[in-house]
Design a protein around this ligand. Structure first.
Ligand SMILES: [Zn+2]
Length: 349
């Protein structure tokens, strides 16, 4: 399970991919940049095309660069993603992974017809870009069965070795009319089953619970900008626990760490905490942001590794119970385990 760290062109700090940076994270293997950032900045777009993304961003070659098409940004903007410009960019800037130029995200509040229209438009794009390594996209929605059906009937799409899955986040965030959790879990299981052997990327995960779900459902990679967004709001992540606020960033107030959690932070082995301690996490401005962001991403990478190790050693069931502190998350993971175990029974075929 590869954690793909979402970054922003507007501020490349902390340079967690750079061995020369104090915030270097050796376990990081992939980052994601959004095409929307390049669309907004023609000079950066040109430079990345002239030099390639790796050279322009100063990212060593052992780190894969995923490109996001910026579907959220272009949603509701007239004309959407300029397809030719996107294709031109991909060819010159050479990201290691890139989806179709645009996908149309079905939100839970849409009625069935509107969700179906998103599917039609996304499928049209999947078919128009079935060549040259563009990764096709499908969404978790009330029409997932149609997606799966159309993917398997199209010879080119059926042969693709990489697929991206979107639309999970608005459902997990419990937006109005969101799908019940049980349906989301069943959808994940179904997609993994149908796309067996293919590299499956999920857009936009990164909280503690979703990280565990990604591991349980054998997702190959997922991207997250949460390590930075949380850092900007003064928030740090902790292994197996929810978010905690350590720096006061104005009016926004969240749950602060308790004594035990401050102790966990005080002995955190991440590069930021090792160099600048708990005081570093509490700082304001860019310094505090870099410390919290590095800490958060380090926690994410460690947690992903721990999940993999316990799944492989078949010790996950015992481990998650004591490791995951939030009872709602624990229930979600228990339901997921049940679903996965049902699948492995011969009778369920
Ligand atoms: Zn730390």
């Amino acid at each position: 399970m590869e954690v793909v760290a979402g970054i922003s062109l507007k501020n490349l700090k902390p340079r967690v991919w750079d061995p020369a940076s104090p915030y270097y994270l050796p376990d990081l293997t992939a980052i994601m940049v959004s095409y929307a950032d390049f669309h907004r900045s023609p000079s950066q777009r040109r430079a990345a095309m002239e030099q390639t993304l790796h050279a322009y961003l100063g990212v060593p070659h052992h780190i894969r660069i995923y490109l996001d098409n910026g579907a959220f940004y272009f949603l509701g903007r007239d004309g959407g993603v300029p397809r030719n410009e996107y294709e031109e960019f991909v060819q010159a800037a050479k990201p290691d992974w890139y989806p179709i130029p645009q996908d149309f995200i079905p939100t839970p509040t849409m009625d069935d017809e509107a969700q179906l229209s998103c599917l039609r438009r996304t499928m049209e794009m999947n078919i128009a870009f079935e060549h040259n390594g563009f990764v096709p996209v499908m969404h978790i929605s009330r029409h997932l069965a149609t997606y799966i059906d159309e993917f398997s009937k199209n010879q080119q799409l059926a042969q693709k070795d990489r697929v991206a899955l979107g639309g999970i986040v608005p459902n997990l965030l419990r937006k109005p009319r969101a799908m019940p959790y049980a349906n989301i879990l069943k959808s994940l299981r179904q997609v993994r089953h149908v796309l067996a052997g293919k590299h499956l990327h999920v857009f936009g995960l990164g909280g503690t619970a979703t990280l565990h779900l990604a591991g349980l459902f054998q997702i190959d990679s997922f991207d997250s900008a949460g390590w930075r967004n949380r850092a900007a709001r003064g928030i740090v992540q902790l292994p197996g626990r929810g978010d905690r606020t350590v720096a006061n960033m104005g009016s926004w107030r969240g749950r602060e760490p308790d004594d035990k959690e401050w102790a966990i932070l005080a002995s955190c082995p991440c590069p930021a905490c090792q160099q600048f301690g708990v005081e570093g996490l509490k700082m304001n401005k860019i310094k505090g942001f870099c410390n919290r962001a590095t800490h958060n991403l380090w926690i994410l990478l460690q947690e992903a590794q721990a999940i993999q190790i316990h799944l492989e050693a078949q010790t996950y069931r015992d481990w998650y119970h004591s490791h995951v502190e939030n009872s709602i998350y624990r229930a979600l993971l228990r339901d997921s385990l049940m679903l996965i175990e049902q699948e492995s029974l011969p009778a369920s075929n």
